[in-house]
Design a protein around this ligand. Sequence first.
Ligand SMILES: *[C@@H]1O[C@H](CO)[C@@H](O)[C@H](O)[C@H]1NC(C)=O
Ligand SMILES: *[C@@H]1O[C@H](CO)[C@@H](O)[C@H](O)[C@H]1NC(C)=O
Length: 318
Amino acid sequence: MHQSRSPAVKTALRRFRCLPVKICLILVITLSYVALQFYSGHWGTSRPVTAYSSREDELRQYQMKEVDLDFIRRAGLVDHKIADLSDSDIDGMNQTELMVTVHSYLDNCDTLCKRRLRMGLIGEGGWEVCDDEGVRPRSHRCLVYSFGNERVFSFEDDVARVYRCEVHIFKASTERAEYNRSSLIHVHPYGVGRVTEITPLGTELHTFADIRSILNHAGIAIDLVKMDIENGEWSVLSGMLLDKQLHNIRQLLVEFHVGFPPNLDRLRRIVRVMRSLSRIGFRKFYVHKNPRGSYHHPHFPILRSRNYEIHFLNSKYL
Ligand SMILES: *[C@@H]1O[C@H](CO)[C@@H](O)[C@H](O)[C@H]1NC(C)=O
Ligand SMILES: *[C@@H]1O[C@H](CO)[C@@H](O)[C@H](O)[C@H]1NC(C)=O
């Protein structure tokens, strides 16, 4: 290798070796600093790095004017008045109005539950149950359905232990094994879907009405339905509404996946599902933003969440 170097390079290398180590170090540090500033895009600006810089970065890509609080107060439905929207009202809403409606509605309660009990973990995995007379699980003869894919059943264990409910957990898995977690908790190896099918991934899904038939619960009231099915809730709830499966459910706890930022069709479908739930009496007694996955969007001046855990009670039972 050394033999192949040209005399000019050899001279340059010899000169470099003669530079004092201290000067070399200063040179390296200065050059690194310049390179770092250049690549991070801060060169030539004196923009202070504040807690809001990520908000500005996120908003810059939209080049839209941010909506203000007055607009949100006018257009953002927070309560049962969503039930009064007609189809043409919803079709006539633009993206700003839809975003403001969806996030205002999901972010606010429209009824009061005087006594809430958190079942399961205090953090992720636990859910609130309304213990008010009328909507609370009927002691010793209550029925609970839980749909999701979690590995920890802290919520289900508490509901079975505290109310002595018969709990059915539906966990779509490829193992296809049915088992009893306890004398009250039954685990089924299939999930809920818009249609009854085996998915391309090999999971078994049944409609909500079919599940009730399989378990001999057709026509029997269900005290509590919990659902965290990663985006499947929109089609499943639409199907349940069409099949009239929701009217004899006392409490409905759902994680709604709103998406980031959702497109127009998706937003309209969300508003329609909320409107239908409100029309048959479902009211939100507790709402919680899942802290995983928040974002800034010009259609709201404060951070938005991608997922909301919404706790409904059926006001017909109050
Ligand atoms: C949406 O409609 C509102 C009126 O309710 C209007 O102020 C706003 O500019 C519209 N937004 C877009 C993007 O057209
Ligand atoms: C679970 O318990 C029920 C009765 O509560 C019983 O009918 C069923 O056979 C049990 N299933 C298994 C897999 O042990």
